[in-house]
Design a protein around this ligand. Structure first.
Ligand SMILES: [Zn+2]
Length: 258
């Protein structure tokens, strides 16, 4: 005799969906209680009543599911919308940024590993995007915080060789392979280094921990925006071993319209 399967409940952000058959979808979520989970939603493509448009990326949902074991596909019994983030979806730039947040979270989260702080990070930054205007600071500070929570925080507070703390006015070099900066005295010529100002380094360090309500007050100058983008996106592709597709889409669209 087999034991009845337990019904598990959680809340989760939709990461992505994959068409499985004519009527079924495979959906990944970043959930509050179980980290990333992947499940099959039977009849999701047919039954509008059972799953009424809940599976759009970055929607926050209540999920009830069953599964035989942690590494097996879950069976999604029901899924209801908590927040569809209507205000974000009304704005193309914000939609692309939210999609990038979701994509990054997906890439940095192994399945089944719970990290409540990553769930809260998504929740905070989607709320920030809802209330405030989109900015480079919002995107870069999300990247810094996610890297930290996922255990890949770049070492930016001092030179990785001589350990001298970052000093205003000095110039530094970022080494994606080592995940940190060197001062100009310690910098040996390497092919993949990127020059970076003390101002950029300090801005990223500040953005990593600052009160989320203060992020709206930060405007990055063009050079700060360019340098911090170059460092972080280069480092992220290095860690993941691939480009993040939604980043490219987001930037192409921003270049067209802004
Ligand atoms: Zn040094």
């Amino acid at each position: 005799m087999t034991a009845a399967r337990e019904h598990l409940k959680t809340t989760g952000f939709v990461l992505r969906t994959l068409s499985y058959s004519e009527s079924d979808l495979i959906v990944s979520f970043y959930s509050h209680d179980y980290g990333k989970i992947k499940g099959i939603a039977k009849g999701a493509k047919r039954s509008k009543k059972r799953f009424a448009n809940v599976f759009e990326p970055f929607s926050l949902t209540n999920i009830i599911f069953t599964r035989k074991s942690r590494d097996m596909l879950a069976f999604i019994e029901s899924c209801d919308i908590i927040d569809h983030y209507h205000d974000i979806r009304q704005d193309m730039e914000k939609t692309l940024i939210a999609s990038y947040f979701i994509d990054l979270t997906d890439h940095f989260s192994p399945e089944g590993k719970k990290n409540e702080n990553i769930f809260l990070l998504l929740q905070d930054f989607l709320l920030l995007l809802t209330k405030e205007k989109a900015s480079d600071a919002v995107v870069r500070f999300f990247e810094m915080r996610l890297l930290k929570l996922a255990g890949f925080e770049p070492a930016l507070d001092c030179c990785i060789v001589c350990k001298t703390p970052v000093t205003n006015g000095n110039s530094y070099y970022f080494h994606a392979g080592e995940g940190g900066i060197t001062c100009s005295a310690c910098n040996k010529t390497q092919r993949y280094e990127q020059p970076v100002s003390a101002g950029t380094v300090r801005t990223l360090l500040l953005g990593k921990d600052m009160d989320i309500d203060k992020i709206k007050l930060i405007t990055l100058t063009d050079s700060l925006a360019r340098e911090s983008r170059s460092i972080l996106t280069g480092f992220i592709s290095h860690v993941l071993g691939r480009e993040v597709k939604s980043l490219k889409v987001m930037e192409q669209v921003r270049n067209l319209y802004l």
